[in-house]
Design a protein around this ligand. Structure first.
Ligand code: HSE
Length: 384
């Protein structure tokens, strides 16, 4: 059985990955070698077979023994270890959740239900570097990839509602702490049905505006009962070069355009992309599902029923939610989707701008399709 090195398996994405690998029987097909950045020599988890002691995740000689390395350790680890491992002559497959290598020419962004032909083509040419996409992009393409595959999309905007988990485990804790602090502030008034709502509102606002530094350390601003319309760095670039007024693209927004095009195998530009994709990325108080409101300009007028049929037939996980209030409220929320592999797409309708303009709303668990699942599916492709 191929020796598969697992790095970062204890973190949030790594733990979800381990759960999915166990659920799908992946460990039956590999000889796992568990690595640790902090506890080399410790006991490997129960899935270990012959290699029962944790190896040092910085030890190139141990890593070199692996046929495949899968890492959810994060970008800093990749930056430090990957070049050394390749420089040491290692020729195995590197499967990574971090963005570090994503846009390199010799890396493929893996999302096989959407781009298996791109992956197969790279495999045939000797490709070795397989990188999971940005969570928002992967969840979006799992939902509406069919429209891209059918060549129907002239451009798309994505307005996102991104969960706390996208920032990391500490961000999820911080969101809940903020909710708790705010609730405690007005608990007595809430319990009294005769209390005045504007007094509650005033106290809530005062608390939100005066959260301690510790309570906003991760997001840098209150998120509970609010939102933050900027995710990740300011890239200091604009979407198009013709007008200096268009500076101010966040890195998360840039990924939407650059990665979508790269996943589809049509280059990786942003302002110059084959299919322009742009919009605003917003952090909201959801736990681990990223939601997105999409606007498409299609290349032609396609009936809604045909659009729905294309989307529904694309893969085993996408589910078209009828565009009714009842179905939307029941089946198209982060709470419904969290912890499942389902990618619902709803609110599909023509927009007022004209028959080629189509709106849709989609949701995905950003730890599953957004992070862990494409990695383990790439492993299975390599094992086939
Ligand atoms: N950048 C994403 C977010 C995380 O902050 O939500 C996963 O790529």
């Amino acid at each position: 059985q191929p020796l598969v090195g697992l790095v970062g398996w204890r973190g949030m994405v790594g733990s979800v990955l381990m759960d999915r690998m166990q659920a799908e029987g992946d460990f039956g097909l590999i000889e796992p070698m568990f690595f640790s950045t902090s506890n080399a020599g410790g006991k490997a988890p129960a899935m270990a077979k012959n290699e029962t002691a944790l190896k040092d995740a910085y030890d190139i000689e141990s890593l070199k023994k692996c046929d495949i390395v899968i890492t959810a350790q994060g970008g800093d680890y990749t930056t430090e270890v990957f070049p050394k491992l390749r420089a040491a002559g290692w020729n195995g497959h590197w499967i990574d959740a971090a963005s570090t290598l994503r846009m390199k020419d010799d890396a493929i962004i893996i999302l096989d239900p959407v781009n298996l032909p791109v992956i197969q083509n790279a495999l045939n040419k000797g490709g070795k570097n397989w990188i999971g996409g940005n969570c928002t992009v992967s969840c979006m393409l799992m939902g509406v990839g069919a429209l891209y595959k059918a060549g129907l999309v002239e451009w798309m905007t994505s307005m996102t509602y991104q969960a706390a988990s996208g920032g990391g485990a500490q961000h999820m804790r911080e969101l809940l702490t903020q909710f708790g602090t705010i609730n405690s502030e007005v608990k007595a008034l809430l319990d009294d049905p005769k209390s005045a709502i504007l007094e509650i509102d005033r106290k809530v606002l005062h608390k939100q505006q005066n959260l301690s530094a510790a309570e906003t350390a991760n997001f840098g601003a209150p998120l509970g009962g609010s939102l933050i319309p900027w995710i990740d760095k300011d890239l200091g670039i604009g979407a198009a070069s013709h007008d200096d007024a268009d500076w101010g693209v966040s890195k998360e927004e840039w990924k939407g355009g650059a990665e979508t095009n790269k996943i589809l195998g049509q280059g990786a530009g942003f302002g110059t992309a084959a299919t322009p994709v742009d919009g605003f990325c917003v952090r909201v108080g959801a736990m681990r599902c990223h939601s997105q409101a999409l606007t498409f300009k299609l290349k032609k007028n396609v009936p809604v029923a045909d659009i729905e049929a294309l989307i529904a037939a694309d893969n085993a996980w996408v589910k078209v939610v009828p565009n009714t209030r009842e179905a939307t409220v029941k089946d198209l929320t982060p709470v419904t989707v969290t912890g499942t592999m389902n990618i619902p797409v709803g609110r599909i309708r023509k927009l007022a701008m004209g028959p080629e303009y189509v709106g849709a709303f989609t949701i995905g668990d950003q730890l599953l399709w957004g992070a862990a699942e494409p990695l383990r599916r790439m492993l299975r492709i390599l094992l086939d």
